[in-house]
Design a protein around this ligand. Structure first.
Ligand code: NDP
Ligand code: 8X3
Length: 257
């Protein structure tokens, strides 16, 4: 894709963390930003800063990726100038709980599976046919080290990210012969609202996750996303597995005492 100026970049889960940092990174490239999340007011509040950073234009959508009808309807009824999406960042996602699989809340499992797997699929199904028809496009999915290696209490979250990996690879196979590219960005621990959401708002428990180590920042991940998307059109980055220097895999961390 090379020059990102004026390209339409659709980011799900743009209201916080990695999605928000990715919006900032693409704004600096002069992209047109199509931003989606449930918390619309947050997206609206981001607009001045993103325009100041260089975004060509911004369109915001209140979207719950778990709602298939809403996803289809919202994407179908985009204004004509926002229809030709060049880059889709399937970022919306979450973890809920860190419980043993035989004790966890079924509602937590459903929220993770509905968001991370089914939500990603609904958005992909709604956007990718247009990319194929136009003969251009790039899908970036947010995977995780959790999709590589399961950790205790993380079975279902890790399962959703293992599913992301399989779907990412399958989509790339299905798009072979088209110019549409598919990339999975798989970070380890990134300090965002992720842990607070995982622990249902328990800030103290969330803060402990990052204690004594240097995690990745959302900007580090955004940087990798922009890098993958800005490779020459014939180059497909299949997967980027990235951690901070204090993390070796899902289970092994270096924490200062
Ligand atoms: P945050 O909690 O900071 O942000 C999550 C974003 O997803 C928010 O913008 C939230 O917006 C959105 N979101 C959640 N549920 C939905 C939904 N049903 N519909 C639409 N949007 C939704 O987390 P991160 O930035 O850390 O997470 C982003 C992605 O990165 C996730 O897929 C996560 O699994 C992945 N990841 C995170 C890592 C980490 O350590 N933080 C490491 C590896 C991967 P809103 O609530 O407004 O809808
Ligand atoms: C988020 C990273 O290790 O908290 O995907 O699951 S981890």
């Amino acid at each position: 894709m090379g020059n990102l100026k004026g390209k339409i970049v659709f980011i799900t889960g743009a209201s916080a963390g990695i999605g928000q940092a990715t919006a900032r990174a693409f704004a600096r490239e002069g992209a047109r930003l199509l931003l989606a999340a449930r918390r619309l007011e947050r997206l609206e509040n981001m607009k001045p800063e993103l325009l100041e950073a260089g975004a060509d234009a911004i369109y915001t959508l209140a979207l719950d990726v778990r709602n298939r009808e809403q996803v289809e309807q919202q994407i179908r009824s985009l204004p004509e100038e926002w229809q030709p999406i060049d880059v889709l960042i399937n970022n919306a996602g979450l973890s809920r709980g860190l419980d043993k699989v035989y004790e966890a809340k079924v509602e937590d499992w459903e929220e993770m599976i509905d968001t991370n797997v089914k939500g990603m699929l609904y958005v992909t199904r709604a956007v990718v046919p247009g990319m194929v028809a136009r003969g251009r496009g790039h899908i970036v999915n947010l995977g995780s080290t959790a999709g590589e290696m399961t950790y205790p209490g993380g079975s279902v979250y890790c399962g959703t990210k293992a599913a992301e990996r399989a779907i990412n690879d399958g989509l790339r196979q299905d798009l072979l012969g088209t110019p549409v590219r598919v990339t999975s960005i798989d970070p380890g621990m990134v300090e965002t609202e992720f842990s607070e959401v995982r622990f249902h708002g328990d800030k103290e428990r969330a803060a402990k996750v990052y204690q004594g180590l240097t995690p990745l920042t959302p900007a580090d991940v955004a940087d990798a996303i922009v890098w993958a998307v800005s490779r020459p059109a014939h180059v497909n980055i299949a997967r980027v597995l990235m951690t901070s220097i204090d993390q070796a895999n899902s289970l092994l961390f270096h924490r200062k005492a």
